[in-house]
Design a protein around this ligand. Structure first.
Ligand SMILES: [Zn+2]
Length: 199
């Protein structure tokens, strides 16, 4: 039976996986963006780099069968299945307090704080925030170069499945944007299923 983790609305969760494990990130109610981070904590700290992934893969987002890469240029996760219509984003940072302040909301939950709270529970303090993989986020660049975030088109139950290429600490947040269309105007939970891989 897979391990099942619920990430409640506007929050984040951390969990450890082993090399070969399959991680399915599910959007049960639809239109909910999930931010994903991956860290390798054995030896020198390394983490999923969206810019290295764009450079090495020569795409805005990996195709099924392709990998996400770390800051050191090594494969860290592989996209093994995409059971969603997409699109996904790898250009935007996590939503943070400053974003909500600019929109006039004070003390609003945000993915950046939720990442650091989840890492703190693992005893990890980072003086910076790596850019996340924004699953189910509908913000493809426009032909004229503009970047707009539209409502996610992910249907209820839409999911992606990833394979861990190393032992990893993962953090998933259910994005907190509720004043704009990003998450369909309402924030819902994300679920994660972990299936142990062949050892
Ligand atoms: Zn967010």
């Amino acid at each position: 039976m897979p391990t099942h983790i619920v990430v409640p609305p506007q929050s984040g969760r951390s969990f450890r996986v082993s090399q070969g494990d399959l991680i399915r990130v599910v959007d049960p109610k639809g239109q909910q963006v999930a931010d994903l981070w991956a860290f390798s904590t054995e030896g020198r700290l390394d983490w999923l780099s969206t810019s290295q992934t764009r450079d090495i893969g020569e795409r805005l987002f990996p195709a099924v069968g392709e990998s996400f890469y770390s800051t050191s240029g090594a494969p860290i996760l592989t996209l093994v299945a995409d059971d969603s219509p997409g699109p996904h984003d790898m250009l935007y940072p996590a939503c943070n307090n400053a974003l909500y302040e600019r929109a006039g909301f004070h003390g609003h939950p945000n993915c950046q704080d939720n990442l650091h709270k989840a890492l703190a529970l693992e005893g990890i303090t980072l003086p910076f925030t790596p850019d996340p993989v924004d699953l189910f986020q509908n913000s493809l660049p426009q032909p004229d170069g503009r970047l707009d975030v539209h409502a996610s088109i992910n249907p209820p139950g839409g999911s992606v499945t990833l394979r861990a290429e190393r032992d990893l600490l993962l953090v998933v947040t259910a994005c907190s944007v509720d004043y704009y269309v990003t998450n369909g105007g309402i924030c819902t939970e994300i679920e994660v299923e972990i299936t142990t891989g062949a050892r």
